[in-house]
Design a protein around this ligand. Structure first.
Ligand SMILES: [Zn+2]
Length: 104
C-alpha cells in the first residue's frame, strides 16, 4: 500500500530548456554566422560559390542586416570597378582592390 504513495509522478518536461536537437535546428536555419558570411561575401558577389554555399550566404544576408548592408556596399563597389573599362585595369590592380575591400 505504501508503494502507491511513494510513486512519483513523471517528471514534467521542461518548457524553456531546448534540447540539443532544437539548438541544432536553430543553427541550421541561420546557416552560417556573420564571420563566415563575410569571408564568402566577395565570392558570393562573383558567384564563385557552390550552390549550397551560395544559398547559406544568401540566407544569412536575409536575416543579418549588418552583412546585408555590407554586401550592398561591396556589390556597388564592384559595379564601379567593372564600369571602369576592364581592359584598362590590369588584374593585379583588381586583386589589390579586392585585398583592400577584405581589410576594410
Ligand atoms: Zn551577418
Amino acid at each position: 500500500m505504501g508503494d502507491v504513495a511513494k510513486r512519483k509522478p513523471k517528471t514534467p518536461p521542461k518548457q524553456h530548456d531546448p534540447t540539443p536537437e532544437e539548438r541544432d535546428e536553430r543553427v541550421t536555419i541561420e546557416g552560417i554566422d556573420a564571420e563566415e558570411a563575410l569571408k564568402r561575401l566577395l565570392e558570393f558577389i562573383d558567384r564563385e560559390l557552390s550552390e549550397s554555399e551560395h544559398d547559406s550566404v544568401e540566407q544569412h544576408l536575409r536575416i543579418c542586416r549588418n552583412c546585408c548592408s555590407r554586401m550592398e556596399f561591396e556589390s556597388r563597389l564592384k559595379d564601379r570597378l567593372s564600369a571602369l573599362s576592364s581592359d584598362d585595369v590590369p588584374p593585379t590592380t583588381r586583386d589589390r582592390v579586392r585585398e583592400l575591400i577584405k581589410r576594410f
